[in-house]
Design a protein around this ligand. Structure first.
Ligand code: GTP
Length: 186
């Protein structure tokens, strides 16, 4: 497998996904290392200093709320982000279906045709179910090469929370595919 090393001065991670999948909870769980019982609609932008990130790069984490933000603002945030985490809830199939019916096409539309925004698929709330969604997600990855990795986690039990943000950093700093698509020469 070819790995493309990218030099970046910071990594900007945007979380998107349907309402109630746990985007804000994931961010607050990472920062405070405990599950927040009361969550605001949207977390403030968070900057994590380089020395406490696994890849040693300052990292900004940005929340999205459809209550507070328009599609125009969302498009701007997608363009500014280096990587987008699309969050779904493993106990709600509709939120998983919406990854292919809405979120991945939406992200493609928000960026220019020659660009590829790396995506990490995040299945939250694994504390609520016995089954795994990874088989379904792997088939999504075959159809959408911009999806760099996937992870199942729980903001409530903190399971795989730091791993999720590590995968997001890694998708930017060590992508497995080029982030710019060369025009075919005729
Ligand atoms: P919007 O602001 O509506 O877009 O939602 P959001 O995606 O930011 O979700 P939020 O963090 O507000 O969480 C929605 C609900 O899910 C809250 O009641 C959380 O307590 C709950 N929740 C979030 N993460 C988990 C989890 O890992 N497990 C369980 N059981 N509940 C969770």
């Amino acid at each position: 497998m070819v790995h493309w090393n990218v030099t970046k001065r910071n990594v900007r991670i945007l979380l998107v996904g349907d309402q109630g999948v746990g985007k804000t909870s994931l961010i607050l769980s990472l920062v405070s290392e405990e599950f927040p019982e009361d969550v605001p609609a949207k977390a403030e932008e968070i900057t994590i200093p380089a020395n406490v990130t696994p890849q040693d790069v300052p990292t900004n984490i940005v929340d999205y709320s459809s209550f507070e933000q328009s599609d125009e603002v969302l498009n701007e945030e997608i363009q500014k982000a280096h990587v987008v985490c699309v969050v779904y809830s493993v106990d709600d199939d509709d939120t998983l279906d919406r990854i292919t019916s809405h979120w991945l096409p939406y992200i493609r539309n928000a960026i220019s045709a020659d660009q590829r925004k790396p995506v990490v698929l995040v299945g939250n709330k694994v504390d609520l179910v016995e089954h795994s969604t990874i088989d379904i997600v792997l088939t999504i990855m075959e159809d959408f090469p911009e999806v760099e990795s996937c992870v199942e986690c729980s903001a409530k039990t903190l399971h795989n929370i730091s791993e999720m943000f590590y995968y997001a950093q890694k998708a930017v700093l060590h992508p497995t595919s080029p982030l710019y698509i060369m025009e075919d020469e005729d």
